[in-house]
Write a protein that binds this ligand. Structure first.
Ligand SMILES: Nc1ncnc2c1ncn2[C@@H]1O[C@H](COP(=O)(O)OP(=O)(O)OP(=O)(O)O)[C@@H](O)[C@H]1O
Ligand SMILES: [Mg+2]
Length: 255
């Protein structure tokens, strides 16, 4: 029973690690994340060699937590664990339904969350193929998505809203260009573009959080595309960059 022994020592490791977190709120979220089922999935990823060690939480959000993990050869990966115990999954339904890739999906909650993680993984692949700079997908297992870690040795990359950019106009143009590539080549609309979902690696914007991106034949695709462009226009206006929403929408849709 080497496997079971391994598993128990792994569980003890996680426990030790969890106890190091002093803050009660944080501990609550760790307890939620490291429930039995999640532990099994993380363990599988460990034993498959996807990563070797969870380093720390980069973000603890409403829908899930993102961790930095290291591989055996000292590289970093990001591990996004979708929470299976909260109710925001209701919002997920409207992005999954109407997407032919997820037709016939059972509405049972866990299944929906698995489908959500799978959707994020597939969207990361599609964006990457289209030339949009997103974290490269590495692996998806149930509600866990492993992807390229965006950051350096010291810290994770910061969200656009927390960074002073040198040339906001150039960043805006790049993001709008990514939206066009996504639309034209991957037939996807991100549907949640904002200063929260763009990470800055140096002066390079990287689009994240692509779970809710929808295909163009989704009934709300055009409406959400417009919302994305307006979001960019709103944010960059504050930095002195004017984005003509109508013109940019035409550009994105132009064949
Ligand atoms: N690949 C990555 N590399 C480094 N940091 C990441 C990565 N992916 C996500 N993050 C960090 O985790 C945060 C949350 O990730 P993401 O936006 O994908 O999840 P979310 O579901 O929107 O969570 P939240 O509810 O906190 O917004 C990001 O804002 C970013 O700081
Ligand atoms: Mg986000």
């Amino acid at each position: 029973m080497a496997r079971a022994d391994d598993y128990h020592s792994f569980e003890r490791e996680i426990d030790k690690w969890r106890m190091r977190r002093k803050d009660a709120d944080q501990r609550k979220s760790y307890d939620e994340v490291f429930d039995q089922q999640n532990l099994m999935i993380i363990y599988k990823l460990f034993s498959d060699g996807v990563f070797d060690k969870l380093d720390f939480a980069v973000s603890t959000g409403k829908e899930g937590n993102v961790f930095r993990a290291s591989t055996r050869d000292g590289k970093f990966v990001a591990v996004k664990i979708y929470r299976t115990s909260t109710s925001t999954f209701r919002d997920m339904a409207k992005y999954v339904h109407g997407d032919p890739r997820f037709k016939g999906l059972s509405s049972r909650k866990r299944k929906l969350i698995y489908a959500w993680a799978n959707k994020e993984y597939l969207n990361l692949m599609a964006f990457t193929r289209a030339g949009v700079r997103v974290p490269k997908p590495i692996r998806q297992e149930s509600n866990v998505v492993v992807m390229e870690y965006i950051g350096d040795e010291v810290e994770p990359a910061r969200e656009l809203r927390n960074v002073e950019v040198e040339d906001p106009g150039a960043i805006a143009r790049k993001v709008l260009h990514y939206m066009k590539l996504a639309y034209q080549r991957a037939r996807l609309v991100h549907s949640d573009i904002s200063e929260f979902n763009i990470l800055m690696l140096g002066q390079e914007p990287i689009i994240i959080d692509v779970g809710q991106a929808v295909l163009l034949d989704h009934p709300h695709a055009q409406e959400w595309l417009e919302r994305d462009v307006r979001n960019m226009a709103r944010y960059f206006r504050r930095l002195g960059v004017e984005i003509d929403v109508k013109k940019e929408l035409e550009e994105i849709r132009k064949q």
